[in-house]
Design a protein around this ligand. Structure first.
Ligand SMILES: NC(=O)c1ccc[n+]([C@@H]2O[C@H](COP(=O)([O-])OP(=O)(O)OC[C@H]3O[C@@H](n4cnc5c(N)ncnc54)[C@H](OP(=O)(O)O)[C@@H]3O)[C@@H](O)[C@H]2O)c1
Length: 242
């Protein structure tokens, strides 16, 4: 029986590449999404990957969703907390809805999605949790106080949860992508994007597959001694200590 991997926001962008990468590596993948059913169904038809719709901000929907995945596919052995959004704006002009939406989707989701799987993993003495943070959680970014705060929170969550669960055979790691060529980045004004690429030493945006292959490694048995890590994948744009 292949292991079950659950990828939040796994039907588009970086999450889509992660879902495909894990499937190619032999996992049974459950990919979740929020509302873009057309894209999710096309992805399912093309890949055969199971898709599930629920909101990662809703704790009850997450608990029910995980229960359904486990009933249909088996225990979740790999959780990839990937779903995320941006609602950019300078802080002095930001309203509380912009703040709340970003904190809820990017940070509350660490609780709502990890809580329903953690006891199962602890009971089996095995598990992999891989959280997607961001370069902007490491360095901060003008216009993204909400996003930078949430993604920095993901790093702290990762380090603390790793310590709590290391002796149970569960690893918890975090990836901080730089600017990756997805719809999230394509939505940025062209001039802003040009100035960003000019500051990436590798000279281009990252590919979603470059994040996906790191997830596949972290999920593997080979990565058993790696926990609490913060992996920077950003083309050299920001070289962080962790
Ligand atoms: N792209 C980058 O350059 C970059 C850089 C650093 C970090 N990241 C992080 O990488 C992750 C993926 O980013 P991306 O660029 O691939 O994003 P994306 O292309 O916009 O895709 C986001 C995915 O998350 C899902 N999602 C959003 N809100 C959700 C919610 N409330 N409940 C459930 N699912 C939800 C979306 O579902 P629908 O399809 O239904 O909308 C979609 O599948 C995010 O955490 C992001 O912050 C991205």
């Amino acid at each position: 029986m292949s292991k079950v991997a659950l990828v939040t926001g796994g039907t588009r962008g970086i999450g889509e590449a992660i879902s495909r990468g894990l499937k190619d590596a032999g996992y049974t993948v459950a990919a979740t999404y929020a509302g873009n059913t057309e894209k999710a169904e096309a992805f399912k038809a093309e890949t055969g990957i199971h898709v599930y719709k629920w909101d990662v901000c809703d704790p009850e929907a997450c608990a029910a969703g995980v229960a359904r995945v486990e009933e249909e596919l088996g225990p979740v052995e790999v959780l990839v907390n990937n779903a995320g959004i941006t609602r950019d704006g300078m802080f002095h002009k930001m309203d509380f809805d912009q703040w709340r939406a970003v904190l809820s989707t990017n940070l509350d989701s660490m609780f709502t999605m990890t809580h329903p799987v953690i006891n199962g993993m602890r009971g089996r003495s095995a598990g992999r949790i891989i959280n997607i943070s961001s370069i902007n959680g490491q360095k901060g970014q003008m216009g993204q106080t909400n996003y930078s705060a949430a993604k920095a929170g993901v790093i702290g969550f990762t380090k603390a949860l790793a310590q709590e669960n290391a002796f149970k055979g569960i690893t918890v790691n975090c990836i901080c992508p730089g600017y990756i060529n997805t719809e999230m980045v394509a939505a940025m004004p062209e001039k802003v994007l040009e100035s960003i690429v000019a500051n990436i030493p590798v000279g281009r945006l990252g590919h979603p597959e470059e994040i996906a292959q790191t997830v596949v490694y972290l999920a593997s048995d080979s990565a058993a001694f790696m926990t609490g890590s913060v992996l920077t994948i950003n083309g050299g744009q920001y070289i962080a200590n962790g």
